[in-house]
Design a protein around this ligand. Structure first.
Ligand SMILES: [Zn+2]
Length: 114
């Protein structure tokens, strides 16, 4: 029964989430920002001198919701979409854990003020 279910139910399994999740913190106001990036739309293919694809580049402008300053993130990938290097202007890359922490911290600050 399980096999049949798997055979016929395969169609409704959602496609793997290929999205890239970026967590950054604004350098000015410390606000944490999460952006979900769709590689199909946001990754730009790069070509070398021999016109062969060498990898991908992602350039994303992120705005936090506190001071609205623009943070510019740039990440380079190889042809297999493995990350090579990342740069950021106006902000700092943080982990998801740090993001959650900052968010919780913000929440506490907000409730403390009122
Ligand atoms: Zn900010």
């Amino acid at each position: 029964m399980n096999l049949i279910k798997r055979l016929f139910g395969g169609g409704d399994t959602p496609a793997a989430d290929t999205a890239i999740h970026l967590y950054v913190r604004c350098n000015r106001c410390n606000a944490p920002v999460h952006v979900r990036i769709d590689p199909r739309n946001d990754l730009v293919m790069e070509y070398g001198e021999d016109e062969e694809a060498t990898g991908y580049r992602l350039i994303k402008e992120i705005m936090d919701s506190r001071c609205f300053r623009l943070i510019r993130a740039e990440i380079e990938y190889d042809r297999n979409r493995r990350e090579l290097q990342r740069q950021i202007e106006g902000g700092t890359y943080i982990s998801k854990e740090q993001y959650d922490q900052l968010l919780a911290q913000q929440e506490t600050e907000r409730t403390a003020k009122t």
